[in-house]
Design a protein around this ligand. Structure first.
Ligand SMILES: Nc1ncnc2c1ncn2[C@@H]1O[C@H](COP(=O)(O)OP(=O)(O)OP(=O)(O)O)[C@@H](O)[C@H]1O
Length: 603
C-alpha cells in the first residue's frame, strides 16, 4: 500500500504517458503530410482536421452536456468573418486575426447560450436553428459588411517568412491544433469538468444538488463549442483567402452535429471517428452532389436510431473497460466529515424560521420552524401529502420558499441556489432515486464531491476519498460497476455515498428505506447512525416507523404543512395530535413504534 502523496510524480508520469499516443500519432501525421505532394489529398486532410476541431467542440456541447445545437454554422461563420474583416478592413496581422476568431465566436456562443439555457430538447434545437438561420440571413443580406454571395476576397493567410502558407503548412497546422485540442479536451473531459457535464445531461436537479452549477457548465459548454467552431471557420477562410455566405448553411450545422452523433457523442474519440468517416464520405459523394443531402440525412437517422453511441461507442463496447480506480492507493477509513466537526453541544446547525410555501391553494409549509443539530439524527414524519418532500426541496434550494428564513451555521442561505447550498455542505438523497445510471458508481460518488474537489483539486486525492466513502457504505467492490446496473438496494446506497462524498454537514434523506427489504432497512439504520457519529446532522423523511423510532434522536411531525409536534420518539408515539393526524388518514400508518415496520407502506 502506498500513500497518495507518493503517487504525485507517478501521476505526472502517467499523464505524460497518456499524452504520448496522441503526440506520436500527431508526429506521424505531420511526417506523412510533409511527404504528400498531391494537393487534393492535402486538401482532404486539411478539411478532416477542420471538421475534427469543429466536432470536438460540438462533442463537449452535444455529447457531454447533451445540448444538441443546430446552429453551429453561425459560429463557424463568426470565426470566418472575424478573420475576413480583421485582415481586409483593419489589415490586422493574420495570426492575430486567427487568434481573435475563437474569442469572437465564443462571445457569440454566450449570446446563443443565454436563451438556450431556458429550453431543452426539441425547443433547444429550434432556438439554435433559429440562430443559425438569422446568421445565414445576416451574412447574405448585409452585403456592405459581409459581401453576401459575392463574399470577401483577399483574406490574409498565415505566412512562413514572407511567403503565404502552402497547403502543406495548413495541414501541419490543423494537425498541431487538432492534437492540442484533443489533449486539452481529454484532460478537461476525463475529470471533474467532463463528469459535471455528463451529470447535468443525465439529471439537472441531481447535478445541482451535487454542487454543480448547471447554468455555468452549460454556458461553458456552449462557449467551448463556439470557440472551436469559430476556429474551424477561421482556418477555412484564411486557407481559401475567400469566404462567402454560401458556406453558412443549415446543411453545415447538420453536418457538424452528424460528425459527433455518428462518430460517438460523449466519447473523446468520437469526433476523430466522425471526421474521418464523413470526410471520406464527402470526398466519395463529391461526384454526386444531388444525393449528398439525402445520404447525410440517412446517416443521421442511422446514428440516432441504430447506433446511439456512434462508431467510437461501438468500438469501446468490444474493448475491455479500463477501470478509473487507482489500485494500491491507501484509503484511510472515514472517521469524521472534514466540515462536520461541530461539538454535539454547539447551537443548532440549521435554523428554519417561519418558512411557508403554497402551490396555488395547497399550503405545503405554513410558518415551519426547525432546528437541526450536528451529531443528531432527526426524523421528519407525517401523513401523505403533509409537505415533507417539499420541505426537503426548500432546504436544498430545489424550490424557493415564499417567506421565512433558513440559516446554516448562522449564515442566511434562504436565497442560495441548490448548488451553492451543496457547496456549503447540504447534501441529499431523493425519494425517487436520481442516480447517474449510465456512469460508474465511482463517478457518481466523484460527482457528489464536485464542489469539495474544486477547480484545483487533484483527481487522485478525489478518487482516494471517493473509495473511502464507498468502503464506508459497503460498496467498495462495486466502484467500477455502472450505477444503473446494480440491484435497487445498492443503488440507494450509491445515492447515499454520493451525498456523503461532498463532506456534508447536513444530510437530508428523503425516504431512504423506500423499497428496501427488512434486512436492508436494518443495515441502513446502522449506516445512518454511523453517519450521525461522523458529526453530520441528519434529517430523514421516512414512513417506516420502526426505523424512525429505532434510530432517531428527535422527531418532527408535519401535517398539512404545519409542525404539530416535535420531541423524542417516546413522546411522539403518545402525542394525541400525532395519533389523530395519522388515524385521521386511512392511507398512513400511525407511528406506533418499531413493531410497525412489518407494515411497510407502499411509496
Ligand atoms: N411542484 C408542485 N406543484 C404543485 N403542487 C405540489 C408540488 N409539489 C408538491 N405539491 C403538493 O404539495 C403537497 C405536499 O406534497 P409533498 O410531496 O411535499 O408531501 P409529502 O409529505 O412528502 O408526501 P408523501 O409522504 O406522500 O411523499 C401535495 O399535495 C402535493 O401535491
Amino acid at each position: 500500500m502506498m500513500d497518495a502523496s507518493v503517487l504525485r510524480p507517478a501521476a505526472r508520469r502517467f499523464a505524460l504517458l497518456r499524452a504520448a499516443p496522441a503526440l506520436g500519432i500527431g508526429a506521424a501525421l505531420v511526417a506523412l503530410a510533409l511527404t504528400l505532394s498531391n494537393d487534393f489529398y492535402l486538401y482532404v486532410a486539411f478539411m478532416a482536421g477542420v471538421y475534427y476541431i469543429c466536432a470536438s467542440g460540438m462533442n463537449v456541447l452535444a455529447g457531454y452536456a447533451g445540448q444538441k445545437s443546430l446552429g453551429q454554422a453561425g459560429l463557424f461563420a463568426a470565426g470566418a468573418y472575424t478573420v475576413a474583416l480583421l485582415t481586409t478592413r483593419l489589415e490586422l496581422p493574420p495570426a492575430l486575426a486567427l487568434a481573435a476568431a475563437p474569442l469572437v465566436a465564443a462571445a457569440v456562443g454566450v449570446l446563443i447560450a443565454l436563451p438556450s439555457l431556458r429550453v431543452k430538447g426539441p425547443s433547444l434545437a429550434l432556438v439554435t436553428l433559429a440562430f443559425g438561420l438569422v446568421v445565414e440571413k445576416l451574412v447574405t443580406e448585409w452585403t456592405d459588411l459581409f459581401g453576401g454571395a459575392q463574399g470577401i476576397y483577399g483574406i490574409a493567410p498565415l505566412t512562413l517568412g514572407d511567403e503565404p502558407f502552402a497547403l502543406k503548412h495548413w495541414v501541419v497546422l490543423v494537425i498541431v491544433l487538432g492534437v492540442a485540442v484533443h489533449l486539452a479536451l481529454s484532460h478537461l473531459l476525463n475529470g471533474r469538468f467532463g463528469r459535471a457535464l455528463l451529470a447535468l445531461q443525465s439529471d439537472e436537479i441531481a447535478a445541482e444538488c451535487a454542487g454543480i452549477s448547471v447554468y455555468r457548465y452549460k454556458t461553458l459548454a456552449f462557449v467551448l463549442a463556439a470557440a472551436l467552431c469559430g476556429l474551424g471557420g477561421a482556418l477555412v477562410a484564411q486557407q481559401n483567402q475567400y469566404f462567402n455566405s454560401d458556406f453558412v448553411t443549415f446543411h453545415l450545422s447538420v453536418f457538424i452535429l452528424l460528425l459527433v452523433l455518428l462518430g460517438g457523442a460523449g466519447n473523446i474519440y468520437g469526433p476523430i471517428a466522425g471526421a474521418a468517416i464523413l470526410t471520406m464520405t464527402e470526398v466519395f459523394l463529391a461526384q454526386w452532389p444531388s444525393v449528398q443531402h439525402f445520404i447525410y440525412g440517412a446517416m443521421l437517422l442511422f446514428a440516432l436510431y441504430l447506433m446511439p453511441t456512434g462508431v467510437a461507442g461501438a468500438i469501446a463496447r468490444v474493448l475491455p473497460r479500463r477501470m478509473a480506480v487507482l489500485d494500491g492507493v491507501e484509503t484511510p477509513p472515514l472517521t469524521a466529515m472534514q466540515r462536520g466537526r461541530a461539538e454535539p453541544s454547539a447551537g443548532p446547525l440549521l435554523e428554519v424560521t417561519d418558512v411557508s410555501k403554497a402551490f396555488g391553494g395547497v399550503v405545503t409549509a405554513d410558518k415551519v420552524g426547525l432546528r437541526l443539530h450536528a451529531h443528531r439524527i432527526h426524523a421528519l414524519i407525517g401523513p401523505n401529502g403533509a409537505g415533507k418532500s417539499t420541505l426537503i426541496n426548500i432546504l436544498t434550494g430545489v424550490i424557493s420558499a415564499d417567506s421565512g428564513t433558513i440559516r446554516l451555521a448562522g449564515q442566511d442561505i434562504t436565497r442560495g441556489t441548490a448548488h451553492a447550498r451543496a457547496a456549503r455542505g447540504i447534501a441529499r438523497t431523493f425519494q425517487n432515486l436520481r442516480l447517474f445510471g449510465s456512469m460508474t458508481v465511482l463517478d457518481n460518488v466523484l460527482i457528489g464531491a464536485h464542489a469539495r474537489i474544486g477547480v484545483t483539486g487533484r483527481e487522485e486525492d478525489a478518487v482516494a476519498k471517493a473509495k473511502a466513502v464507498l468502503d464506508f457504505v459497503g460498496l467498495g467492490e462495486h466502484a467500477g460497476a455502472l450505477a444503473g446496473s446494480l440491484p435497487y438496494g445498492l443503488q440507494r446506497r450509491v445515492e447515499l455515498a454520493r451525498a456523503l462524498a461532498g463532506d456534508p454537514v447536513l444530510l437530508l434523506l428523503d425516504e431512504p428505506a423506500a423499497g428496501l427489504n427488512p434486512r436492508e432497512t436494518a443495515e441502513l439504520g446502522q449506516l445512518i447512525k454511523r453517519i450521525g457519529q461522523l458529526g453530520v446532522a441528519v434529517l430523514m423523511v421516512e414512513h417506516d416507523m420502526g426505523l424512525v423510532m429505532r434510530i432517531s434522536d428527535e422527531i418532527v411531525v408535519l401535517d398539512r404543512g404545519v409542525v404539530i409536534a416535535e420531541g423524542a420518539p417516546r413522546d411522539i408515539q403518545t402525542n394525541p395530535r400525532v395519533i389523530e393526524a395519522y388515524l385521521g388518514r386511512e392511507d398512513s400508518p400511525a407511528p406506533d413504534g418499531p413493531e410497525s415496520d412489518k407494515e411497510e407502506r407502499p411509496c
